[in-house]
Write a protein of this length. Structure first.
Length: 259
């Protein structure tokens, strides 16, 4: 099935190989969503690819982060209260990736034995060397942040449906679900929902891939799966029925979304 242009644009905003402006690096994966136990050690590997014909040198560090009102991560090198960054260890603070080559970068998180149930969240930052950019007075250094979510002990999301409505997504009116997270770790919904709009047209909808942080509510838009060239115009209200999941969490949907 070929996707419409507006839906393809949504997919381009979804998790993909990280690519920074200012240096030619691709980094996989864009995030880690894993689990660890108190007293245990979590280890994993990041793959850094250099897509330029010259060697790429990068500085590597950790950072704390928060989401702004638009859901964009804002990074800070200052140690936040309660940060788990002191648990982390990086293979190196500077790396060099050969021309058109790859490098595997190791990191680990040593969880203290007395760590409380919850979630360790931080970012691993890769920063290239400053590069002159036309129109800019000072050189610009590209930077990529790889997000790490590490559920500790019994840390888990508890997702509850708190409402619904209509929002605009890429110029198209679509339904959304307002989801509340009553747990102590983030959640991220996956799956499909069937929809029947006010004109009787049937739709298959999927949730946007957005984290729902503990203690907060978030509007999760549902975008329709359509063929290329198929117009998207949902007549509201739309009756939604289906199931969305995150790990052991199950969100059963049976409601009407409208203005």
């Amino acid at each position: 099935m070929r996707l419409s242009a507006w839906l393809l644009a949504l997919f381009l905003l979804a998790p993909a190989p990280a690519l920074a402006q200012g240096f030619s690096a691709q980094i996989m994966p864009p995030r880690f969503e894993e689990r660890a136990q108190p007293g245990g050690v979590f280890r994993d590997v990041i793959e850094v690819s250099n897509i330029s014909p010259v060697a790429s040198r990068m500085k590597v560090s950790t950072a704390d982060w928060v989401l702004d009102e638009k859901g964009t991560a804002q990074f800070s090198s200052a140690l936040a209260p309660g940060s788990c960054r002191p648990w982390t260890a990086l293979e190196a603070t500077e790396i060099e990736v050969p021309p058109n080559g790859r490098r595997r970068f190791r990191f680990e998180v040593r969880v203290p034995a007395d760590a409380p149930d919850g979630q360790c969240r931080f970012a691993i930052m890769f920063e290239g060397e400053p590069t002159p950019v036309p129109g800019m007075v000072l050189p610009v250094a590209g930077r990529i942040g790889i997000i790490v979510y590490l559920d500790i002990g019994k840390g888990a999301a508890r997702l509850r449906l708190a409402g619904s409505g209509v929002t605009e997504l890429n110029g198209v009116d679509v339904p959304y679900l307002r989801v509340r997270n009553e747990g102590n770790a983030h959640g991220r919904l996956d799956g499909f929902v069937d929809g029947v709009d006010a004109e009787g047209k049937r739709w298959t909808l999927a949730p946007t891939s957005a984290p729902i942080m503990p203690g907060l509510e978030r509007e999760i838009a549902l975008y329709p799966i359509v063929n290329e060239g198929e117009p998207v115009r949902i007549s509201f209200p739309v009756q939604l029925k289906g199931r969305l999941d995150w790990r052991t969490e199950r969100l059963d949907i049976d409601l009407a979304a409208g203005r």
